[in-house]
Ligand binder design. Structure first.
Ligand code: F6P
Length: 362
């Protein structure tokens, strides 16, 4: 029987458990064995009990749980070749030659590199007599399939990453709460949102809560933004609005690539006579139960990931499972990551138009 491993890596995201459940159950349904790797790459390097065979009932209740129940970690050992060699050994000892990884772009790139190195890692293991030729013989190729789990929705070539809609819902709930107290006191609030270098959460939250002004990395604030923001807020107040909400992404910048901070905005609003408070939402945005969309997305993608493992050939580039126009599709993992990195480069080069276009590209 084919043995398929599943792990979560990088920052947790609501819906990751749904993907573990789907991979385990689809693997069993497809007459394979399923293994969960605990604590991300750390578990792969440590081996032993950190790689555990999973049965159908082991993932019962996973769908509605937030975070990742099999744990995640930022693993330094896996960054070193020695660590990856030990990881390969542990996988062979368990008979696993296919890995489904749910994580951010960094975690997925690491996995693809592991696949490239796999044959040479096995040679080294035989040379050093850690494993025998007979032991490694059945495991010539490693299959890697990526699922993008991140609240940031920052990967190109997919419309949604697992976790982003749960996070968006939580942000909106939090802003709704801020709204009631803001309205009561006629105050202004500057709300800081997560997203790393991506403004998706902020942009969508701005639309969904009817906020007055937002700041996102992909559209840096132009010279004179202070006056522009105040003008819009003043107009809203004149129309009878009793509150002001400005949302600032943690990666927000101005045209000179200087960071725009919530406190900087607070000073400007206070200077204009508004009683202003800052609310940093922090990890509340990443925690809690997954929204229905993320349960659905992680389930459909987990099923597709197992199909991709079973259909893979040594020549097939490692795929990442995406959602494009409501369809689950496979895209080459490295191409999706490369395109994502181009966005960051375009921003660094102050080519904001290209950055926006690349974000939207399939
Ligand atoms: O990538 C998810 C994310 O929550 C980002 O939005 C944020 O910048 C980062 O992770 C925070 O990382 P940590 O949990 O390590 O503080």
């Amino acid at each position: 029987k084919r043995r398929i491993g599943v792990m979560t890596s990088g920052g947790d995201a609501p819906g990751m458990n749904g993907s573990v459940r789907a991979v385990v159950r689809m693997a069993l349904y497809s007459n394979c064995e399923a293994y969960a790797i605990y604590e991300g790459y750390d578990g792969l390097v440590k081996g032993g009990d950190m790689i555990k065979e999973m049965q159908w009932e082991d993932v019962r209740g996973f769908l509605s749980e937030g975070g990742t129940l099999i744990g995640t970690a930022r693993c330094m050992a896996f960054m070193q070749r020695d660590g990856r060699r030990t990881a390969a050994k542990n996988m062979i000892l368990k008979g696993i030659d296919a890995l489904v990884i749910c994580g951010g772009d960094g975690s997925l790139t690491g996995a693809d590199r592991f696949r490239d190195e796999w044959p040479s890692l096995l040679e080294e293991l035989v040379e050093s007599k850690e494993l025998t030729t007979e032991q490694v013989a059945p495991f010539k190729h490693l299959n890697i399939v990526g699922l993008v789990g991140s609240i940031d929705n920052d990967l190109s070539m997919t419309d949604a990453t697992i976790g982003c809609y749960s996070s968006l819902a939580r942000i909106c709930e939090a802003i709704d709460s801020v709204d009631t107290t803001a309205t009561s006191h006629q105050r202004a609030f500057v709300v800081e949102t997560m997203g790393r270098h991506c403004g998706w959460l902020t942009l969508m939250a701005g639309v969904a809560t009817g906020s007055d002004f937002i700041f996102i990395p992909e559209q840096p604030a132009k010279e004179g933004w202070e006056g522009n923001m105040l003008g819009i807020i003043r107009k809203h107040r004149e129309m009878g609005k009793r509150k002001t909400i400005v949302i600032v992404a943690e990666g927000a910048i101005d045209e000179n690539l200087n960071k725009i901070t919530p406190h900087q905005i607070k000073e400007i609003l206070s200077g204009a006579g508004l009683d202003t408070r800052v609310t940093t939402l922090g990890h509340v945005q990443r925690g809690g139960q997954p929204a229905a969309y993320d349960r659905m997305l992680s389930t459909l993608q987990g099923v597709e990931a197992v199909k991709a493992v079973l259909e893979a050939t040594p020549e097939t580039p490692s795929p990442v499972i995406c959602m494009i126009e409501n369809k689950i599709v496979r895209r080459p993992l490295l191409e999706a990551v490369a395109q994502t990195q181009k966005v960051a480069e375009a921003i660094e080069n102050k080519d904001f138009k290209t950055a926006m276009e690349l974000r939207d590209a399939e």
